[in-house]
Each structure stands twice: as structure tokens, then as C-alpha cells.
Design a protein. Structure first.
Length: 208
């Protein structure tokens, strides 16, 4: 599967090349879910929230924009008349134990097989990238990565796990000339690649 081959390539590009080096084509970005709402913690850590810290590898060609806590925002140009705005967000949620692929399929259904642009799994995580039906002169893509954040009993009750979710939305500007190549062959796979190497870890933050 192509994502297994891309894993070492993307991580090497993002981690081995010094920050700011002109030859770098990818960069690692980290973002942390805010304490609110987060997940309640019992026992010795009562008063803290369990949240997720996510790490993705994205093309350096994506222009970084300011974003609220727990989010990443980018802008990218696919051709002179086609521009997309992307938002990444990370959240944690309690849900029944199960398979990550089933979790993602249930949380992000597609209108049909041809609307699924990319999908895959790595370790305990799985992802998919879909295109929504066009509306209002915009191309709309959405993606979801999900994996087990923790099975700790002071966070997840019996029969449930704490899952981390990375959700991505991408929208073209209204009226832009974004043909199928811009999302099927370029942006959709690029989002999939970023999620194929996604990592999450448990983070504790005091609730105020």
C-alpha cells in the first residue's frame, strides 16, 4: 500500500531536514486539544482533563494561517484559478471498543464509493478522505483519522476507550475553477498522506 512507502519518506523529510532548509518539502505540525471540553479524569488526577496532542506531516507548500487552540489552518493553490482553505482539528471522545476502520466509516460516511478519495490504516489508527457533493459553487473535502488515545480506567469506563479524532475540512473559494484533478489527484491524496503518518498522545490539562 502506498501509505506504507510514504511513511518513511514523509517522516524523513519532516524530521531529518533542519527547519527552514530550502530542500525541505514537508514539515511536522503539532496541535493540542483544549482542556474544554476534554475528557474527565477520576482518581488522583481528578480536576484535570484528558486531551489529545496530534502531530501530522504536511507539505511546506501549504501556507500556514493562524488558528484557534486545537486547530491548524492552511491555504493552498492548486492552479492559478483554484484555491483551497484547510482546517485540521483534534478532539477526544469516549466510544465503545472496536475497530478504528469501522469507527471512521461510521463517523464519516460517503455518498458512494466514488466519493471516497483515500483511506487506509496504520497501527491502531485508520482514516478516510471523502468529497461531498458540490454545493454553492464550492468543492468540499472532509477527512477523519481516528485511533485509540488511551484505555486507562480513570478516563474510559468499562466497555469504552478514549479515542482521538483528527478531522480535516477543505473548501475551495466560491466560483474558483477547481476541476477534478485538483482534488482527486492532488489535494485529496495529500490530506490522506498527512493522516497516514499522524500520531497522537495523551495530554493532561488542568480544568479552570
Amino acid at each position: 500500500m502506498r501509505h506504507r512507502l510514504l511513511l518513511s519518506i514523509l517522516l524523513a523529510a519532516a524530521l531529518a531536514v533542519p527547519a527552514g532548509a530550502a530542500s525541505s518539502r514537508f514539515e511536522a505540525r503539532t496541535f493540542t486539544e483544549p482542556a474544554k471540553p476534554g475528557l474527565a479524569v477520576s482518581g488522583a488526577l481528578r480536576g484535570f482533563a484528558a486531551t489529545a496532542t496530534a502531530r501530522v506531516v504536511v507539505p511546506t507548500a501549504w501556507r500556514h494561517r493562524s488558528a484557534s487552540a486545537g486547530r491548524l489552518r492552511f491555504a493552498t493553490t492548486r492552479n492559478p484559478g483554484c484555491h483551497y482553505n484547510l482546517t485540521y482539528g483534534v478532539t477526544s471522545v469516549l466510544a465503545p471498543t472496536g475497530d478504528a476502520g469501522d469507527f471512521v466509516a461510521a463517523k464519516l460516511p460517503a455518498d458512494g464509493p466514488r466519493y471516497i478519495l483515500d483511506s487506509g490504516r496504520r497501527g491502531s489508527g485508520a482514516f478516510r478522505v471523502i468529497r461531498h457533493k458540490s454545493a454553492g459553487g464550492q468543492v468540499r473535502l472532509e477527512a477523519l483519522w481516528a485511533g485509540v488515545l488511551t484505555r486507562r480506567a480513570d478516563i474510559a469506563p468499562a466497555g469504552e476507550w478514549a479515542w482521538a479524532q483528527i478531522r480535516v475540512t477543505a473548501r475551495s473559494r466560491k466560483g474558483d475553477e477547481c476541476h477534478s484533478g485538483t482534488w482527486r489527484e492532488a489535494l485529496g491524496p495529500a490530506i490522506g498522506d498527512s493522516l497516514a503518518v499522524a500520531r497522537v498522545k495523551l495530554h493532561f490539562a488542568r480544568r479552570r
